[in-house]
Design a protein around this ligand. Structure first.
Ligand SMILES: C[S@@+](CC[C@H](N)C(=O)[O-])C[C@H]1O[C@@H](n2cnc3c(N)ncnc32)[C@H](O)[C@@H]1O
Length: 157
C-alpha cells in the first residue's frame, strides 16, 4: 500500500468557504458502471421497438437518469458536499488528517486546504475499478495543481 502526503494551504485560515476552485483531474468513480448502464438502456430501447410498447422506455430513461446522477456526483456533487462538510468541521488548521481511500485526492486535497501547520495524509491501493485513472501519479499531479506556495508534496512511499 502506498501513501501520498500533501501539506495543506491556509484556505480556512483565510476564512474562506470553499477555499479554492477545484483544479486538476479527478476521474470518474466506478467507471465500469457507465458502459454497463449504457448497454442496459440500449437493451430497453430495443425491447420497446421489438415489443412496440413504450413501457421499456421508462426503464431506459430511469437508467440514463441514474448514469447522469452518478456522473454528476463524481464530477461535481461530491466536491460540493465535501466542501460543506469540511467547512462545518471548523478546522483550526493544525489538525492531522488521514484519508483512507484518497484515490486521486478529491477529498484529501479539499481537506488539506483547511490546514496551515497541520498535515493531510492520503492512503490508497489506487484501484482503477473504483476510480478511472487512479494512481499515485494522478494524486501527486492534482496536488501540484494547487497553490504551490502553500501546498507541497512530501513523498510517495
Ligand atoms: C470511489 S473511490 C473514492 C476516492 C476518493 N475518496 C474520492 O472521493 O474521489 C474509492 C477509493 O478507495 C480505494 N480503496 C479501495 N479499497 C481500499 C483499501 N482496502 N485500502 C485503501 N484504499 C482502498 C480505491 O482504490 C479508490 O481510490
Amino acid at each position: 500500500m502506498n501513501d501520498v502526503e500533501p501539506i495543506g494551504s491556509p484556505g480556512a485560515a483565510r476564512g474562506l468557504k470553499h477555499p479554492a476552485r477545484r483544479r486538476g483531474s479527478y476521474g470518474i468513480d466506478a467507471p465500469q458502471l457507465l458502459p454497463f448502464l449504457a448497454l442496459l438502456a440500449i437493451g430497453n430501447v430495443a425491447s420497446a421497438v421489438l415489443s412496440r410498447t413504450a413501457w421499456p422506455l421508462i426503464g431506459a430513461a430511469a437508467i440514463l437518469a441514474s448514469a447522469a446522477i452518478g456522473l454528476h456526483t463524481s464530477r461535481r456533487g461530491k466536491f460540493l458536499v465535501w466542501s460543506d462538510l469540511l467547512d462545518q468541521l471548523a478546522l483550526e488548521g493544525c489538525e492531522r488528517i488521514l484519508d483512507v481511500g484518497c484515490g486521486r485526492g478529491a477529498v484529501l486535497l479539499l481537506a488539506a486546504q483547511h490546514l496551515t501547520t497541520g498535515r493531510a495524509v492520503g492512503v490508497d491501493i489506487w484501484d482503477r475499478k473504483d476510480q478511472s485513472g487512479n494512481s499515485p501519479d494522478a494524486t501527486l499531479s492534482n496536488a501540484c495543481h494547487r497553490d504551490h506556495s502553500a501546498l507541497g508534496v512530501d513523498s510517495v512511499h
